[in-house]
Design a protein around this ligand. Structure first.
Ligand SMILES: [Zn+2]
Length: 367
């Protein structure tokens, strides 16, 4: 069904948001969760999903989401959700301050705080709305250097002035347009995907907070499912030799320390086989993260497997490391063939390109 295909394609694009490293705070999780919530609650009783959300509605929801986060966690204080060393993400800090100021039984929930301090609560939402307009809303759909408005359109630029937003909030004349115009089908698909996407966002959000606060919880998933269970040290040197001391991705010299990357990301399939491992610059590896690589890299990858097959076989025996070229190739074929046409593939640091499906499958078919 075309509708299902569209929903899967949207889900793949949304996964890109989870994977994007451009956020130093947890805002992308809060903003996306707020969008998801609003798409659900604004669906009419006839089942018609909304086509517009406002920055005000999003700010209200984001305040509610963070409200429960700004109380002490265990023996610790409030958990950090961004900012530099020892700092708090601005939005979270502002909500935390409000909650402290109004401390008491009447403010243990956002609902009660709003009732007990309507004017001040309104000012808090004003602040959060301004901050969302400034950064997270324009930032959410950026992949690499490019913004691709696949979820929503909006009508302001980075030069939007705080005074325009404030005037709009006061209800006086303003050129600020507070609407997010959802792309056709987006709200409907997000409602359908809610059961899948929500746990993913909650989990990624929790992991980011755990890491920022150095909580032991951060290690659990890595312990259970992480690639670090097996040290990749043994393959680093040999891979570097096979690649003639060049980074697999940008092909320039590996002058400093090299990192070992899983060509098919570990998060998609845990394949530690030699063919799936490449040596790369820390910068290239860190930018690729859990993204799938573009066609030119798949072709290069195939070429490496073909021309160095004998060395890989020998290396597998020497260092007692698994190698199953057929499996690696099957995994790659299954993953790339299942990828929607609209997926963006990683090409170079901050550069993403189209999914050249035919070219990729041809390379994998001729392994
Ligand atoms: Zn490189």
């Amino acid at each position: 069904m075309a509708g299902d295909q569209d929903a899967i394609a949207l889900a793949e694009r949304v996964l890109g948001i989870l994977n994007e490293g451009g956020f130093s705070a947890t805002y992308k999780f809060a903003l996306f969760t707020a969008i998801l919530d609003l798409c659900i609650e604004k669906t009419t009783t006839h089942g018609t999903p909304p086509d517009t959300l406002t920055t005000r509605q999003l700010a209200d929801r984001v305040v509610e989401l963070y409200w429960n986060h700004v109380t002490p966690y265990g023996g610790r204080g409030t958990l950090r959700q961004g900012g530099g060393l020892g700092q708090q993400a601005t939005i979270v800090w502002r909500i935390e301050t409000a909650r402290e100021q109004w401390a008491g039984a009447q403010t243990d929930t956002a609902y009660r705080a709003r009732r007990a301090h309507p004017v001040e609560f309104g000012a808090l939402v004003d602040f959060v709305e301004w901050k969302l307009v400034e950064m997270p809303i324009p930032r959410l759909q950026v992949l690499g250097r490019q913004e691709d408005r696949f979820l929503y359109e909006y009508n302001w630029t980075q030069y939007v002035r705080h005074t325009s937003i404030a005037a709009h909030q006061r209800g006086t004349a303003s050129d600020f347009d507070n609407r997010l115009l959802l792309r056709p089908g987006v709200a409907e698909h997000l409602v359908r995907l809610n059961g899948i996407l929500r746990p993913l966002f909650y989990r990624a959000w929790a992991v980011m907070v755990a890491r920022m606060n150095k909580l032991p919880e951060a290690e659990l998933e890595r312990f259970l499912f992480g690639s670090e269970r097996t040290s990749l040290d043994a393959v680093r040197g040999p891979l570097r030799d096979i690649q003639d001391s060049r980074c697999f991705y940008c092909e320039s010299r590996l002058a400093g320390p090299a990192e070992v990357d899983h060509f098919i990301p570990w998060s998609r399939y845990p394949d530690d086989g030699l063919d799936n491992l490449v040596a790369a610059h820390p910068k290239c590896n860190n930018s690729k993260r859990d993204f799938l690589a573009a066609a030119e890299h798949v072709e290069h990858w195939k070429a490496r497997a073909k021309s160095h097959g004998t060395e890989f076989a020998a290396l597998s025996t020497t260092i007692s490391w698994p190698r199953d070229g057929d499996r690696t190739r099957s995994v790659a074929t299954a993953i790339y063939s299942g990828l929607p046409a609209t997926s963006r593939l990683w090409s170079a640091p901050s550069v993403f390109g189209p999914n050249e499906r035919a070219r990729i499958l041809a390379a994998l078919g001729d392994w």
